[in-house]
Design a protein around this ligand. Structure first.
Ligand SMILES: Cc1ncc(COP(=O)(O)O)c(C=O)c1O
Length: 416
């Protein structure tokens, strides 16, 4: 889990420099729907275009352009493994989305688990890390639910203890619910699950845009996030620890050597131009930290960049949370504060107005937000939230400004 003290000590972002990297921000719309998908810096989009216009050939052929395309795809895998902090302990598999990766993973486990083995799924999970596991019931796997407290939405350690048994093989849960925004204690949960002899599959999608990922420190077996929510192309990335990878059957072509990881897990391979974009994200992270953007971004740059991003969001999330807390006609869904133990993904419901009508009115005034269950369908049901209307969700990224937040609050004030 991110240390709040470390975050508040992070050096400030040069916001003008950061914003100048995102051409999409140069338009009247204010983007507060970043948990849906973030904007991309120009260096990322340019790298994808350049790759397609100069290096768009198949990998592993014995000519120069193919050698370059192969290097881009390999280097992108290595760079995302640096983002994960997975070097020396595991590999990062790329695909089109986190949902695809979770289905691939659950299917692979479905082939080695025995009938009667148990898989635990958290109520807080996005459907991407829930549905694939629930389907294993068809193969005789027993599904158990790590229930959330209906009042707070939180999945407690006690509730976890209540479902772990000596047949538990997998526990699937999010590091941050994309409805609640709270950062859960991944190392503590992982230690508890490992003590029961099971593995964790952590959905880091709602966490990854806001803080450094550290699979090594947290001890997780599997960790997935969506690169299109982290200033990159529309792809998903899954870290797997070597011991976890070793025991699984390979979903890609049967003739491939078992040790051809991650390719043996990438059905049809990764998106090549997307890999060019992922690699160029390193240049953006260097810009964020004020380092030389032509040098490859190392782990220290990654950590520095994400800490600066998370720290830059704190004053804005605090401002919105204190505004929402000051209203007695608003129910905050998730922790009612803006401190560093939550990320800047904030949800609420209004006492009398529908989430739809609020979101539509706010959007009509040029501020992009969203309403609905956000695919945290099980959590909404558990919390008694009407899934057809869901919550109003405001989600920030580091490139948002306090002026934009003031504008949102003025609009919310008018609308509510
Ligand atoms: C928390 C969370 N998990 C998983 C996903 C699914 O990601 P993808 O679109 O890459 O399948 C999302 C998408 O919104 C999400 O917010």
């Amino acid at each position: 889990m991110s240390d709040p003290a470390t975050l508040s000590a992070a050096p400030a972002l040069d916001l003008d420099r950061v914003r100048a990297c995102f051409p999409a921000l140069d338009q009247p719309t204010i983007f507060f729907e970043n948990a849906g998908g973030s904007q991309v810096p120009r260096v990322v989009a340019d790298a994808m275009r350049d790759y397609m216009l100069s290096t768009y050939v198949q990998l592993n052929a014995p000519y120069e352009v193919s050698r370059r395309s192969t290097a881009v795809v390999n280097d992108a895998h290595a760079f995302i493994n640096t983002i994960m902090n997975g070097h020396g302990i595991g590999h990062t598999i790329l695909s089109s989305s986190s949902t695809t990766l979770c289905y691939m993973l659950a299917d692979a486990y479905g082939r080695i688990l025995a009938p009667g083995d148990e898989v635990v799924v958290a109520d807080t999970a996005h459907e991407a890390n829930r549905g694939p596991w629930l389907r294993l019931a068809d193969r005789g796997i027993v599904l158990k639910h790590w229930h959330a407290d209906p009042a707070t939405g939180a999945c407690t350690m006690d509730a976890l203890d209540a479902v772990l048994t000596d047949r538990t093989r997998i526990v699937a849960f999010p590091q941050v619910s994309n409805l609640l925004g709270e950062i859960v204690d991944v190392p503590a949960i992982t230690a508890r699950v490992h003590a029961a002899g099971a593995k964790v599959v952590v959905d880091g999608v709602a966490y990854a845009p806001h803080r450094p990922i550290d699979v090594a420190a947290w001890g997780v077996d599997w960790y997935v996030y969506s690169t299109y929510k982290v200033y990159g192309p529309h792809m998903g990335a899954l870290f797997g620890r070597d011991e976890a990878i070793d025991e699984l059957p390979r979903p890609n072509h049967a003739f491939l050597p078992r040790d051809m990881v991650p390719y043996a897990f990438e059905l049809g391979g990764a998106n090549h131009e997307g890999c060019a974009g992922l690699l160029a994200l390193g240049r953006y992270l260097s810009i964020v930290t004020g380092r030389d953007e032509s040098a490859p971004a190392d782990r220290a740059t990654v950590v520095d960049a994400f800490e600066r991003m998370g720290a830059a969001e704190l004053p804005l999330q605090s401002r919105l949370m204190s505004y929402l807390s000051s209203r007695d006609d608003v129910r905050i869904v998730g922790p009612g504060h803006g401190e560093a133990s939550r990320v800047a993904t904030m949800s609420f419901r209004h006492a009398t107005r529908s989430s739809r009508s609020i979101a539509e009115s706010v959007c009509a005034r040029g501020v992009a937000i969203r309403f609905g269950h956000m695919y945290a369908y099980a959590l909404c049901r558990r919390m008694g939230i009407d899934t057809s209307d869901g919550v109003v969700r405001v989600s920030l990224a580091h490139y948002n400004t306090m002026d934009e937040m003031d504008r949102l609050i003025a609009v919310l004030d008018e609308v509510m």
